[in-house]
Each structure stands twice: as structure tokens, then as C-alpha cells.
Design a protein around this ligand. Sequence first.
Ligand SMILES: NC(=O)c1ccc[n+]([C@@H]2O[C@H](COP(=O)([O-])OP(=O)(O)OC[C@H]3O[C@@H](n4cnc5c(N)ncnc54)[C@H](OP(=O)(O)O)[C@@H]3O)[C@@H](O)[C@H]2O)c1
Length: 312
Amino acid sequence: MRTMKSVCIYGYGGPEVLVYEDAPRPHPDAGEVLVQVHAAGINPVDWKIREGHLKEMLHHTFPLVLGWDVSGVVESLGTGITRLKVGDEVFSRPDIARDGAYAEFVVIKESELALKPKSIDHIHAAALPLAGLTAWQTLFEAGGLSAGQRVLIHAAAGGVGHIAVQLAKWKGAHVIGTAAERNHEFLRKLGVDQVIDYDTERFEEVVQPVDIVLDTMGGETQERSWKVLKPGGILVSIASPPKAETAAAHGVRQAFVFTQPNAVQLDAIAKLTDDEKLKVIVETVLPLSDATRGQELSQRGHGRGKIVLRVV
Ligand SMILES: NC(=O)c1ccc[n+]([C@@H]2O[C@H](COP(=O)([O-])OP(=O)(O)OC[C@H]3O[C@@H](n4cnc5c(N)ncnc54)[C@H](OP(=O)(O)O)[C@@H]3O)[C@@H](O)[C@H]2O)c1
């Protein structure tokens, strides 16, 4: 049996349940591709799954390999693969219901894979799919963002936020972003038109009405966001499902997005990257064996851009 290094869990719990070990190398079935992982992005959903927060929704079995952001090289093909060939450099946010990419190899459906942007390395490409698809699906699909509209992005310096800022600017929107003081210059360089310090300012008191709020925080931030929307505007959350009654009471709309794999959107994100319209920022790179530290950093919730595990 051929083995690989991987980081998996045998049950839900704290960072101590992460195990770095040898595991059987998976095989691709029909419509699937075996990818040699070069780098795997870390996202908050990784530690949320590790802690069991999504267990009602996702019926995982153990051992479970974590990590659903990946860049690598096609190693072998299952039957029926038409779009990809061995040796292609690919990136993906694969199906979160299956084993992930904190490993030397991962099996991914062909429909969830796109060719990686040529202009960036695997470390940066692994940081892009989940945040890129989330920003795309919230702003463009759920929010219907168009040129000239105003959008408030909470946690604009985070993994999702810093990509959302750039996609919204590319679309021609006026972008307002919240962050702690240490990230203000970073946000201005990304093109944010109005930077709000969430420690010292109440955004609802300083923001002129907006068409879209991208809510990455939930809770009190979501509650306070209703009043900054224009009549008919939309609050799109990725943190907690907004209440339809509350939206109706404010004369606005609401949506909750759970990001889905999408190779066509990844192609568009790769093109924007290669055209230098979009730049993913990686703050921390760690070896695969340090996944525990990576998750602890992510869980602190104050990163700038992304955290990535180097596998090759
Ligand atoms: N539904 C979905 O499909 C989906 C998809 C992706 C992400 N998510 C969720 O969305 C959230 C954000 O994800 P992420 O990957 O962007 O996380 P992240 O990279 O960990 O983002 C953390 C950011 O939050 C900022 N922040 C912390 N407290 C804040 C506050 N009170 N107000 C404004 N900003 C604050 C931090 O900025 P400072 O350093 O400036 O404090 C930091 O930049 C997570 O809960 C994640 O699970 C959901």
C-alpha cells in the first residue's frame, strides 16, 4: 500500500486532536483526479469542522483529513476525465463533505478543479479558491453588485475580506471596509475608499447608506448592519443566517451564502489574478506538520490575508 503524510482527526475537539501521520494514498474514481498537493490553505471552516460545529450539516466519517483549499499538480486520472491531464497545475476549493488537502495527495472531482493562475506560486494559489469563491458568490451571485454601487465589507483585511475588496473595486463599486488600526494602511493600498476602525468608531454612525453589506462577523455586527442599508439593499452573510423578518422590518433583503465549489468561477478568478487585477496576500506559511499552529493562528481571528501550509 502506498502511503502519504496527512493531518487528520479521529474525533471532534481542540487543536490537540489534529494528528500528523502516514495514511493510505487515495485513488481517483470515475470523474475524479488525484492531485499531488503542493500547498493547502487554512480557513476558519477547518477548525469549525474540527470542533464539530458543522456536524449536523456535514456527515463526515473518521479519520477525516481537514483542509479545503488546495494548489497542486495532477498526478493521475480516474476514468472519464476530459478537461485535465497528468502534470496540469490546478487549484480548487473541493467538496467539504469529503477528505481535504492537509495531505500529500487528495482526490478531487474534475468539476471542482481549474488550472491554477500561471503568475503565482502554489502557496499563493492555495490561498485563493475558498476566499475567492466566497467573495464572488456573496458579492456577485447573492448581492448582484454592479458598478457605482456602495458596499460595506466587514473584516476587510481578513482572508475573505481582502479578496472581496478587490473584486468589488474591479466591478467599479465604492468600497467601505472595517478593520483594526494596524490594517488601515493595508486596506487603503488595496483600494478601500473609506476605512473604518471597528475599535474606535461605530460604523453605523459614519457610513452613508450602502447597497450591500458583506457580513463576515454575524452577531452584534450583523444586528447593527441593517440600518446602514439603503431601502431595497441586501445584507449577505457568511457568518450566521440573517432573519427574513428583520430584513423585512428594515425594508431590505437578506441572504446567507455557504460557498460552493465552482470551476468556472475559479477560471475567472485565475484570469483576474494573471491580469494583475487581483492579488492574494499570504501572511503566514507553515510546513504541513505545523497544521496545529496554523489553525490556532486562524482561530485568533486577527490575521491579515491568509495562512497556508507548504506541502512540497
Ligand atoms: N459561509 C461560508 O461559506 C464561509 C466562507 C468563508 C468564510 N466564512 C466565515 O467568514 C468568517 C471570516 O472568514 P475569513 O476567512 O475572512 O477569516 P479570517 O481570515 O480569520 O479574518 C479575520 C479578520 O477578521 C477581522 N476582525 C476581527 N474582529 C473584527 C470585528 N469586530 N470587526 C471587523 N473585523 C474584525 C480581523 O481584522 P483585524 O486584524 O483588523 O482585527 C481579521 O482580518 C469566518 O467566520 C468564516 O468561518 C464562511
